[in-house]
Design a protein around this ligand. Structure first.
Ligand code: SAM
Length: 346
């Protein structure tokens, strides 16, 4: 984990800092795109907030900062909350989901705040809140971020996770993939994952699906070879739940372990194979860091003869990193956009 990553206040939090008097009138439940120490800023100005996150990295970092009122999972614990602050996540479907997960904890009259970058969909706050509130006010706008506020008029129904589940079929593998809001490859298999699946040799023993998303890679390898001991890791609680659902729906869950891990931090022992379509969003420093750390440390998590196989955007300079760590890097396949790399621990 790179703690410095969360140190600077985001422009959204800088804007929220001008509104602490309103925000801290009551203890807040905070959820969504948490990328800094906003919880400490709120706690310094008023009652300590309660944080709910689906991001295991942020959860661990807050814990390391001494934060105790923090929950990691697909939804918050059912204790009542006085008010909610949603930091607009990147996907609108995830914003709708987080409201549905958190608003049942608020009584009629409870305050809801939505804040976010103007380019990140925060302007849809009135629409997002329409099922629960009548009047949505824009309280502030600064640093290209906005803050909206409303009062709960119509209480939210308790969350039913299965209402948020979607899925698609992988014809070739004869698998049903389950997804949840914000999980990678929501409506179809990613073309990089397709190329990876089409270039996997038979595997053996203990296999790690790194950054499992909806569990497509893990489910596919187990479908081909049910005897494998599969472990699936991801940073996102919603991805881990989607993987659980995918494996269970395809009766592949008997031999699989699914758990939260930021990179390889929670993984123990050594594997015969590590397989990944690692996070790659261009421009996001944190994603590169995760993948670079995987490439430089994977060897230590492999048995002699064990392999790392991954798909990556063809332009990324990963072969050098893999060669540096493994002494070699084979390119198994190339298409217009992606390359499949494999290295073996000799
Ligand atoms: C490109 S997606 C691949 C998902 C899935 N394996 C597939 O092929 O459809 C990368 C996944 O890595 C996860 N991820 C991002 N950062 C991570 C980290 N630090 N540790 C573990 N997983 C991470 C994301 O949540 C996402 O599910």
């Amino acid at each position: 984990m790179e703690p410095e990553m969360f140190e600077a206040l985001t422009p959204v939090s800088q804007m929220l800092a001008r509104n602490l008097d309103v925000l801290t009138r009551q203890p807040l439940l905070v959820c969504g795109l948490l990328e800094d120490n906003l919880p400490a800023l709120l706690a310094d100005a008023g009652p300590a907030p309660r944080i709910f996150t689906t991001d295991f990295r942020y959860f661990q970092w807050q814990k390391s900062q001494g934060m105790t009122e923090i929950e990691f999972g697909t939804h918050p614990q059912p204790q009542q909350a006085a008010a909610l602050l949603l930091l607009m996540p990147k996907a609108k479907a995830e914003a709708e989901y987080l409201l549905a997960a958190c608003l049942p904890l608020l009584a009629v009259g409870g305050q809801v705040f939505i804040a976010g970058d103007n380019k990140g969909g925060v302007k849809s706050a009135p629409k997002l809140l329409a099922p629960y509130c009548d009047l949505v006010n824009k309280l502030d706008s600064a640093r290209r971020a906005s803050l909206y506020q409303a009062e709960i008029i119509r209480p939210a129904e308790p969350l039913v996770l299965s209402d948020w589940q979607k899925g698609y079929a992988l014809e070739k593998e004869q698998l049903q993939v389950c997804t949840l809001p914000g999980v990678f490859s929501a409506g179809h298999l990613d073309s990089g994952s397709r190329l990876l699946l089409d270039n996997l040799s038979p595997l053996k023993g203990r296999v790690l699906d790194f950054g499992c998303g909806a569990g497509v890679i893990g489910a596919s390898v187990l479908k081909r070879q049910p005897e494998l001991m599969l472990e699936c890791i991801d940073i996102s609680a919603l991805a881990l739940e989607a993987t659980r659902l995918t494996l269970a729906d395809n009766q592949l869950d008997a031999n699989a372990k699914i758990y939260a891990s930021d990179g390889l931090s929670q993984v123990s022992g050594t594997f015969n194979h590590i397989i990944a379509n690692p996070p790659f969003h261009a421009g996001l420093k944190t994603f590169y860091h995760t993948t670079e750390t995987l490439l430089t440390s994977a060897r230590d998590y492999l048995l002699p003869g064990g392999s790392l196989t991954l798909v990556a955007n063809a332009f990324l300079p990963y072969p050098e990193l893999i060669e540096k760590s493994f002494g070699h890097c084979d390119t198994l396949a190339v298409n217009g956009k992606f390359k499949i790399y494999r290295a073996t621990r000799r």
